[in-house]
Design a protein around this ligand. Structure first.
Ligand code: S3P
Length: 432
């Protein structure tokens, strides 16, 4: 994203209204990839509008998968599955800014009969890939990288199943290995150190694969065939988190979010917000292709503090930026521990949060694996940097709503990585 733009966010009184979010990013990536290697057509409604999922679709097209954008209003994507054999790409696969694209697609191209190069932008080129390289190489793929970073050149092979204990809690890695397991000879067994989002498992089952799941262990047999599906992608809970935190800032807030993802491996945010004082009710809960979806109604109340550590940190990994951004306004403050992974996201998120909070006048402690942000502080508006990180741009536009003066966020265009309409929707939901 070269054309840098900026937004000004003015203080607000509360957040009110009703909103439906574009499709969840994690599910959209997985549905697109599985639709690409399934047999028969798939129709994916409310597909993510973010640039990251467009990167996945672009890579699939380079791998010979035919897909069409059908209805812009509902962002419908129709994919003609290629079956498990894809076509050799004639140029590097451009994964853009998307860690999910490069890591999960690696599992699919590792099982092909050709070599692929997977590359991305400057931020992606700094992100660690040994976490997929090591297990995929054990399965038989030959992979070269730049010291464990992209670009990756993956020479596909006849993969063999492995029994793998993941050293890092990462749903992208888990999904990569489950996808590779589809192409492997035998049964692949994966064990994760902490429970991470299970959209890979749920999506594989939706496309007709059989898996065995027990605790933190998943087993998948190679050679299974997938069939296309018709699905509506539930609204993105990590995008909704910004509006929920906006509502949490003001006792007078009332927000309704329809068609929202409620998958239990993603919904820890709701528990934390309830503990902090937001009143939340869920109605119209239903299961769609194994994913829970519902309507959420929230009302602002008190804003107590929270400690996020251990398994909670893994469960809230994408929501920590916005929780940290509102932490100074809480009664007791927020402490985040065990979050070293945040340092290797689209930016070093611990440093990005600390820098922007300090620019707004906050006191805090930055630690190697987290942050401690005391509560009861009042912040002033400031000139902030997105640091090219979509979640930082959006998180600080929420912090700006309760600042004493207006805030300018530079590089705000990066919100389009996950949610292009974010700033327009935020303006519709806040009252001044
Ligand atoms: C994702 C997993 C998480 C998350 C990312 C999406 C996924 O990354 O931060 O935004 O869809 O599996 P890690 O697997 O690196 O934890």
């Amino acid at each position: 994203m070269k054309n840098e733009s900026q937004v000004i966010v003015r203080p607000a009184r509360n957040a009110r209204g009703s909103v439906s979010l574009p499709g969840d990013k994690s599910i959209s990536h997985r549905y697109a990839m599985l639709a690409g290697i399934a047999e028969g057509p798939s129709r994916l409604e409310n597909f993510s509008t973010g640039a990251d999922c467009a990167s996945t679709l672009g890579c699939l097209r380079s791998l010979g998968v035919k897909w069409e954008h059908k209805d812009s209003a509902d962002n419908v994507i129709e994919v003609q599955g290629s079956g498990i054999s894809l076509t050799a790409p004639t140029e590097p696969l451009d994964c853009g800014n998307s860690g999910s694209t490069i890591r999960m697609l690696s599992g699919i191209v590792a099982g092909q009969k050709f070599s692929s190069e997977l590359a991305g932008d400057e931020s992606l080129s700094r992100r660690p890939m040994e976490r997929v390289i090591t297990p995929l190489a054990t399965m038989g793929a030959r992979i070269t990288s730049q010291n464990g970073r992209p670009p990756l050149i993956i020479a596909g092979a006849e993969l063999k199943a492995i029994d793998y204990k993941m050293p890092v809690a990462s749903a992208q890695v888990k999904t990569c290995l489950l996808f590779a397991g589809l192409f492997a000879d035998g049964e692949t067994r994966i064990e994760e150190p902490l429970r991470t989002r299970d959209h890979g498992e749920v999506a594989l089952q939706a496309f007709g694969a059989h898996l065995d799941r027990a605790g933190n262990e998943i087993r998948i047999r190679g050679g299974q065939r997938l069939r296309g599906i018709e699905a509506r992608v539930p609204g993105d809970l990590s995008s909704a988190a910004f509006f929920l935190c906006a509502a949490a800032l003001f006792p007078g807030s009332q927000l309704t979010v329809t068609n929202l993802l409620m998958n239990p491996t993603r919904a820890r945010l709701l528990d934390i917000l309830v503990q902090m004082g937001l009143r939340i009710s869920v109605t119209q809960l239903e299961e769609v292709h194994g994913e829970l979806v519902g309507t959420l109604r929230v009302e602002g109340g008190r804003l107590r503090g929270a400690t996020i550590a251990g398994a909670d940190t893994a469960a809230l990994i994408d929501e920590i930026p916005v929780l940290a951004a509102i932490a100074a306004y809480t009664e007791q403050g927020i402490e985040v521990r065990d979050a070293k992974e945040l340092r290797v996201k689209e930016s070093d998120r611990i440093a990005s949060i600390a820098r922007n909070l300090r620019a707004m006048g906050a006191q805090l402690q930055e630690r190697e694996d987290g942050l401690k942000i005391p509560g009861g502080q009042s912040l002033h508006g400031a000139e902030l940097e997105s640091l090219g990180d979509h979640r930082i741009a959006m998180a600080f536009s929420i912090a700006a709503l309760r600042a004493q003066s207006e805030t300018l966020i530079r590089g705000s265009e990066c919100a389009a990585i996950s949610y292009p309409a974010f700033f327009a929707t935020l303006e519709q939901l806040v009252e001044r």
